[in-house]
Design a protein around this ligand. Structure first.
Ligand code: NDP
Ligand code: GDR
Length: 330
């Protein structure tokens, strides 16, 4: 019989790639979807099964786990845009933090009736925040700088606690920034690739950005979902850092994206103080040695190739009159 996986956040960037990867591995894939008529459900592939539920609603998660009887649960659902976490801090705590508790409880209750359910939590390099050492490993201390980072740290420690308290196979992947042509339009890589495409096609004349000096370790989302799956196949449940080990500034990202379209970024980019965050994460850089040696995981898409792929995809999308929010997945 095919193994069954339940994915929360299936309508997001990572959910879409993970669903495709698990289908290719022979899984029966179920996605938890919320809302009455969520427009993002329409772009999911036809071979995905859907179950209704919301990370804010404990009963709905128990019902979903009871109905699907999954072998593996991937908890990717979250309020994931960092600036929104200052505007809606309580909602972020409820979805991104307490949502983890509710899903772990649903698994604990349902698996007490027999059968192991393995759990993956989408932890984040945002938990490192104001870093005390670089590169960051599985044992680097956390100092989150946003309500989002704080909520993720809660989910991270809770996942460890359920592993230690109940002997559950529950792990966290501490994933650094990962991007793709399916990235939400508000995140900086996609904002830049869409901005470049609009300027190139004569649809815009400038691109307004915030802090150009922040540094991130950017990789390709398609590579990172393979790591999520590998973590749940390991003999022992453990947490892993997933990133490339390279770091670039937002300024370098902008240079790479504009030059991929043959444009000089300095003519178009406006650095806007109003887009700076109340507290910034200045520098992130992963040390993914543990994942490489224990899981055999390697990233395959270098930064410059990733950015060029996103610019090319957005040029194609916009020149065909597509809408970055509503179109089917590139
Ligand atoms: P997205 O923002 O693209 O997707 C978020 C998903 O969460 C959407 O499917 C959304 O569904 C769902 N969601 C929001 N609220 C709820 C709720 N109340 N109940 C159930 N589902 C909900 O995120 P990504 O795909 O980029 O990231 C996936 C996960 O990985 C997130 O938890 C993120 O915080 C984490 N992460 C991401 C990294 C990255 O660089 N991409 C790095 C490290 C961690 P809907 O369609 O209903 O809105
Ligand atoms: P991040 O990603 O906050 O790291 O969280 P984002 O792309 O939003 O920001 C990265 C860096 O770019 C700077 N920046 C801007 N960011 C945005 N969004 N828009 C701008 O105009 C802009 N100008 C400069 C930011 O200040 C920041 O330093 C992402 C999310 O996917 C999280 O869910 C995930 O956990 C982390 O990555 C790892």
């Amino acid at each position: 019989m095919a193994r069954r996986a339940l994915i929360t956040g299936i309508t997001g960037q990572d959910g879409s790639y993970l669903a495709e990867h698990l289908v290719s591995e022979g899984y029966e894939v179920w996605g938890l979807v919320r809302g009455q008529s969520n427009p993002r459900v329409a772009r999911l592939p036809k071979d995905i099964h859907l179950v209704r539920g919301d990370l804010l609603d404990q009963g709905s998660l128990i019902s979903a786990v009871e109905k699907v009887r999954p072998d593996e649960v991937y908890n990717l659902g979250a309020i994931s845009f960092v600036p929104m976490s200052w505007e809606q801090a309580e909602l972020t705590a409820e979805v991104t933090g307490m949502g983890v508790l509710r899903m772990l409880e649903a698994i604990r209750v349902c698996s007490s009736r027999g059968g192991e359910i393995r759990f993956y939590q989408a932890s984040s390099s945002e938990m490192f925040g104001q870093v005390r050492e670089t590169p960051q490993t599985e044992v680097t201390p956390f100092h989150p700088r946003s309500p989002y980072g704080v909520a993720k740290a809660y989910g991270h420690f809770l996942t460890q606690n359920y592993r230690e308290s109940y002997g559950m196979y529950a792990v966290s992947g501490i994933l650094f920034n990962h991007e793709s042509p399916r990235r939400g339009a508000e995140f900086v890589t996609r904002k830049v690739s869409l901005g470049v495409a609009r300027i190139k096609l004569g649809l815009a004349t400038e691109l307004r950005l915030g802090n150009l000096e922040a540094r991130r370790d950017w990789g390709f989302a398609g590579d990172y979902v393979r790591a999520m799956h590998l973590m749940l196949q390991a003999a022992k449940p453990e947490d892993y850092v997933i990133g490339t080990g390279r770091t670039q500034s937002v300024r370098e990202l902008v240079e790479a994206a504009f030059s991929a379209a043959g444009l000089d970024w300095e003519r178009y980019v406006i650095a806007d103080q109003a887009l700076h965050r109340p507290a910034e994460v200045d520098l992130l850089c992963a040390d993914p040695k543990k994942a490489r040696t224990q899981l055999g995981w390697e990233p395959t898409v270098p930064f410059e190739e990733l950015i060029a792929m996103m610019v090319e995809s957005d040029l194609r999308l916009l020149s065909e009159g597509g809408d970055p929010q509503d179109s089917s997945w590139p």
